[in-house]
Design a protein around this ligand. Structure first.
Ligand code: NAP
Length: 266
């Protein structure tokens, strides 16, 4: 892109948290590169952002589980010297026992949550650290703080995102870089995530659902304050605080109970 506005790249921009985040960044005068598989949705969002906020927005359709598509997005980042924001957000959930599920789904989840996050963060941080400005937000989950039966790749990949982001935070701090990183850890959020999984939202009490705008607000506020882990909403803050205190054997003993916060990801 050729404008002097800062540039943000958002993965998973065709729905949910990614689309809401893209709108908020456009309102803050960022140009946008919008990544997801559904090109028609990206095109519609790009048009909306351009007409509503007078910024440039470009759809970059890609399946980030595919090596060639991921490389194309990585290469694009390397060419964008105004890149100041990366939201590694694309993701999906899957339920069921690991050994009874399709291994291809497990593989795709690791490619998307781990490899795409890693490679795009690497490409972006090269640009950002060279210029001494920018931020990378990796979308994790409250699920990162626990492990339960069913959907174990989801718990594992989100735990990886937290550990990876913490490592980046420490490296950047050691290097005295002003570039910021954040692991955004939402609980249940109203998006298409659970529809894609085939999970009926009515199984979870209404008060446990976080509006998507609240998740974006918490992330942006956390960035201002340089927070590494951002957990939107008091309920989930409390749960994460408890999870950090409880001994592992006690967590294991409760693993078949299935509380509302964790039974089906979130
Ligand atoms: N909603 C929740 O309760 C919740 C809670 C905690 C964490 N999260 C995390 O929040 C993130 C965003 O999820 P969401 O809630 O906004 O769900 P969503 O509404 O289903 O959006 C998911 C986004 O990821 C994109 N995506 C999925 N597979 C992709 C692929 N192979 N390549 C490129 N893009 C892909 C989808 O676009 P296309 O289908 O067009 O590719 C879509 O834009 C995820 O990482 C999720 O784990 C969600």
């Amino acid at each position: 892109m050729t404008t002097t506005r800062p540039l943000a790249l958002v993965t998973g921009a065709s729905a949910g948290i990614g689309a809401a985040y893209a709108r908020r960044l456009a309102a803050q005068n960022y140009d946008l590169l919008l990544v997801a598989r559904r090109a028609d949705r990206l095109q519609a969002l790009a048009g909306e952002l351009a007409s509503r906020y007078r910024v440039q927005a470009e759809p970059l359709p890609a399946d980030l589980t595919k090596d060639a598509d991921l490389k194309a997005v990585e290469d694009r980042i390397a060419r964008e010297e105004h890149l100041e924001f990366l939201l590694n957000n694309a993701g999906f959930g899957a339920s069921g026992r690991f050994y009874e599920s399709q291994v291809e789904v497990q593989d795709a989840m690791h490619r998307l949550h781990v490899m795409a996050t890693l490679r795009l963060a690497h490409a972006a941080l090269r640009v950002m650290t060279a210029r001494g400005r920018g931020a990378v937000v990796n979308v994790s989950s409250v699920a990162a703080f626990v492990c339960r039966p069913g959907s174990i790749s989801y718990y594992a990949t989100k735990a990886w995102i937290n550990c990876f982001t913490e490592g980046l935070y420490l490296e950047l701090r050691q290097a005295r870089s002003p570039v910021r990183v954040q692991a955004l850890c939402p609980g249940f959020t109203v998006t298409e995530f659970h529809d894609v999984m085939g999970f009926d939202r009515k199984h979870v009490p209404a008060s446990w659902w976080t509006p998507v705008g609240q998740v974006v607000d918490a992330s942006l506020e956390g960035l201002k304050r340089g927070k590494l882990f951002v957990v939107p909403g008091w309920r989930y803050k409390l749960i994460v605080a408890l999870l950090r205190l409880l001994p592992r054997p006690l967590l294991h003993a409760t693993s078949s109970i299935g509380g509302p916060g964790f039974r089906e990801n979130g």
